[in-house]
Design a protein around this ligand. Sequence first.
Ligand code: FE2
Length: 451
Amino acid sequence: MNDLVKHSGLTVADDGAAISKGYMPGWANDFETEALPGALPQGLNSPQRCNYGLYGEQLSGTAFTANPPERTWCYRIRPSVKHSHRYKRIDLPYWKSAPCVDPDVISLGQYRWDAVAHTDEQLTWVTGMRTMTTAGDVNTQVGMASHVYLVNESMVDDYFFSADSELLVVPQEGRLRFATELGIIDVEPKEIAIIPRGLVYRVEVLEGPCRGFVCENYGQKFELPGRGPIGANCMANPRDFKAPVAAFEDREVPSTVTMKWCGQFHATKIDQSPLDVVAWHGNYTPYKYDLRAYCPVGAILFDHPDPSIFTVLTAPSGHPGTANIDFVLFRERWMVMEDTFRPPWYHKNIMSELMGNIYGQYDAKPQGFVPGGMSLHNMMLPHGPDKEAFEKASNANLGPDKLDNTMSFMFETRFPQHLTGFAANEAPLQDDYIDCWTDIEKKFDGTPGKK
Ligand SMILES: [Fe+2]
């Protein structure tokens, strides 16, 4: 064992976990990786007998006939049927799924929250998930949910997977490790991780407490947006996405696997770690991305484009150009436009916009939208700069100006977002948010040339 481990560059922990921290670059590549030499069959997917006595198994993230199909071949110590036994329903009251429409909660409006505070309660990735909004329908695989996570405890012999969804993870505080069937991903603020539907994993706290945001995508997987006339460069570049190298655990210890399925949670008991994939190849993988690699594109003379210009990833719906979800990033950038009102303009939008602040100050709202905080501008509800932002932008000396120390994001969906009871009653909702537009003045008095 030690010779093999040395050869493959792995280290082996006392508990039998083969740990290899490393990533393979590229977007949706047909990757191949093995934690032990010769574990990956060459030239065929399903040999009569796999090396090391491994079992071959395919994980399909799309229909077989999708174009392109997304699937990964795994070569593992035990097939997944050994990691799934009888299920018993469990209750996770703070993790909600659409449709979740509380008749006592009004979702029609503009909302903003301070950061959800940490507590003394011990919370894992699974028990620390707090759903803020839901949209669409998890049973028909359309829509999404937005969550805040508060995590201060590692999962130990405890695993999770979601059959309902792909999870887009946006850390805001602390560092997390996702030990998955296909390898290890570490993430921290300014990075994101994407965990695909059906992949089993455990989440460990590397540096806590941890807080962040999750977009739970019930629909088609996130894709890179088409760049259109922008061409082959800028925005998110394919090489900056990183999939993990194979790593496995040969650890026989009583363990629990929790599964999210059609909005319900069930747990099963097994006798070993399910993270036992020694080698794999395919294009259905978890991955991470450093948001500092995102190259924003914008106006260089006057006016400015719609915020879709800042899309990092998009999850399509069946209607071309109308996303189930867009993940949009507002980061540091230069503003150089002449004779232009530079902040986001006032608008109403059929899409529903949930924003979160990772750090710094957002240009349309100098006050109140704090790091860790969120806002929701729901379907066709008007919004835009507050008075301070409007007056400042209307009277600014329009030289080149750098928006610095700012990183916010948006989960934008074609479906209206419904607040959960937690978002309406327990999270730190700013009751006075709508008042930020109250003191906007009427300037019009019929005088020509008045500005
Ligand atoms: Fe908006």
